[in-house]
Design a protein around this ligand. Structure first.
Ligand code: PGA
Length: 243
């Protein structure tokens, strides 16, 4: 595992965007695994900037997103489909048909999970997977205690996650209770993984995930077993790692 320290959020975003750009330049038809949340917004902004300057071309790029809420339509501004379109897809020349987010409105979620897993395989797998990390060590919607052996699956959100997300919805009853998420096994199959983290509130979990034991209680700790992981984090998020 390589850890790159950035001085702040802006520099973290720039370094992460640099790594993703290198992938796109080296393999223009690469498969990017993408993530939502507040952390990657600056990375996407930087990619858009370089695209606008003519330095990046998304014409052949394919993407697969980590997860999606169940029960939110694509045009709901809290859906991850909506997030990806507003922060990246609608701002660059990626072909909409080359972008993939699990279908949160699928009537048969088990079939949707199977379809999504097969889709990732049919694209030849993920070349580089971008990840954020939750305060409890979750990656995607794989909450503490999730088996490392899971592929794309339907998840019941924990009460804590529902509470944490209620600020985005009119009331707690409107927060989705389930999601579809790539599993840990799906994530671990990516050829390369880029995890980004920013801010002091991530310092404890970053230290635990990358310097503590590999246990399902800290889902991101499994990344210690992947042979090509890059962590790009700012000094605040790295403030508790052993030096
Ligand atoms: P955040 O979420 O980027 O909004 O902190 C990270 C995550 O939960 O994966």
């Amino acid at each position: 595992m390589k850890i790159y320290e950035a001085k702040d959020y802006r520099e973290m975003s720039r370094k992460a965007a640099n790594i993703l750009s290198a992938q796109i330049i080296l393999k223009p038809d690469c498969v990017l695994g993408l993530a939502t949340g507040s952390t990657p917004i600056g990375t996407y902004d930087q990619l858009v900037d370089w695209y606008k300057k003519g330095d990046l071309d998304f014409a052949e790029v394919k993407t697969v997103n980590l997860d999606e809420y169940r029960g939110l339509a694509r045009d709901n501004d809290q859906s991850y489909y909506y997030f990806m379109h507003s922060h990246l897809f609608d701002r660059v020349n990626i072909k909409p048909e080359n972008t993939n987010v699990p279908d949160g409105m699928a009537e048969d979620p088990a079939a949707e999970c199977e379809r999504y897993e097969a889709l990732i395989q049919s694209l030849g797998g993920v070349d580089i997977q971008l990840l954020g990390i939750g305060h409890n060590g979750h990656i995607g919607f794989n909450e503490p205690g999730t088996s490392f052996a899971k592929e794309t699956h339907c998840v019941d959100l924990t009460q804590r996650t529902i509470e944490a997300n209620k600020r985005f919805f009119p009331s707690v009853d409107d927060v989705p209770k389930q999601a579809i998420s790539m599993g840990i096994k799906t994530i671990m199959r990516a050829k390369k993984i880029l995890l980004i983290a920013s801010g002091e509130e991530k310092a404890d979990i970053v230290a635990k995930a990358f310097f503590g034991p590999v246990v399902p209680e800290v889902p991101a700790s499994i990344l210690q077993m992947h042979d090509d992981v890059v962590v790009v984090a700012d000094s605040a998020a790295l403030s508790k790692i052993p030096r």
